[in-house]
Design a protein around this ligand. Structure first.
Ligand code: HEM
Length: 186
């Protein structure tokens, strides 16, 4: 029987990430698979980010979160958001210090709340869940397209990304969900 130190994983982001790795079965080879996937996903990243923002801006209530003061979508602001997502991807695959990475994920989660983010850009958790699904689909489809004759590589990288996205989602929601006690308030 394995022990889960609930107090510790609740208080310490590094321990929480370690617990999620153990529980989900995210191994050292998964870290390596993420790093290996950069060569495949990297060249397609600009297209994927364009599709992701086109998607977010095509729904009124997610578009609202990206509007400028005059109610317009500022292309420069969207370009910054895309840069931040590129930095997120590189940091995720970077495999640096795990405690620092976990603490950084906590700060990214907080950036989507009124606690650390801008007050008029608070992100309801339902959109975080939806976008994680969108990213998983986008990565997996791209891996299949780019590696049509290498199903084992697609499986290895695809599974590593799916596990990583779920771990990050859990860490983000720990920051975001408490502000939404009824989950679906408007
Ligand atoms: C997998 C999902 C997501 C990831 C990995 C992600 C990543 C990030 C990162 C890295 C930042 C910058 C944090 C910082 O500068 O400290 C950020 C900020 C932001 N994200 Fe996300 N994000 C996700 C989902 C979403 C969703 C679903 C929305 C809206 C529908 C959104 C809207 C924003 C906004 C508006 C900011 C800026 C917040 C502010 O400046 O106050 N994000 N995100």
């Amino acid at each position: 029987m394995k022990t889960i130190n609930v107090k510790e994983i609740s208080a310490n982001p590094g321990k929480r990430l370690q617990f999620l790795e153990d529980f989900i079965g995210f191994t050292q080879d998964d870290w390596k698979a993420l790093s290996d996937s950069v060569d495949i996903l990297g060249p397609k990243l600009p297209q994927m980010l364009d599709a992701l923002y086109e998607h977010l801006l095509s729904f009124d209530d997610t578009r609202r979160i990206f509007l400028g003061k005059r109610g317009e979508v500022d292309p420069e602001y969207i370009a910054i958001r895309k840069e931040h997502l590129t930095a997120w991807l590189l940091k995720t695959v970077g495999g640096g210090d795990r405690s620092a990475f976990a603490a950084w994920l906590v700060s990214v989660g907080k950036a989507h709340t009124g606690v650390a983010g801008e007050n008029d850009r608070v992100v309801p958790p339902r959109y975080m869940v939806g976008l994680v699904a969108f990213i998983q689909t986008s990565f997996l489809s791209t891996l299949f397209e780019q590696l049509p004759n290498e199903p084992e590589k697609v499986q290895r990288m695809g599974l590593a990304w799916n596990k990583m996205m779920m771990m990050q989602l859990e860490i983000f929601l720990k920051q975001m969900a408490p502000a939404w006690p009824k989950w679906d308030e408007t």
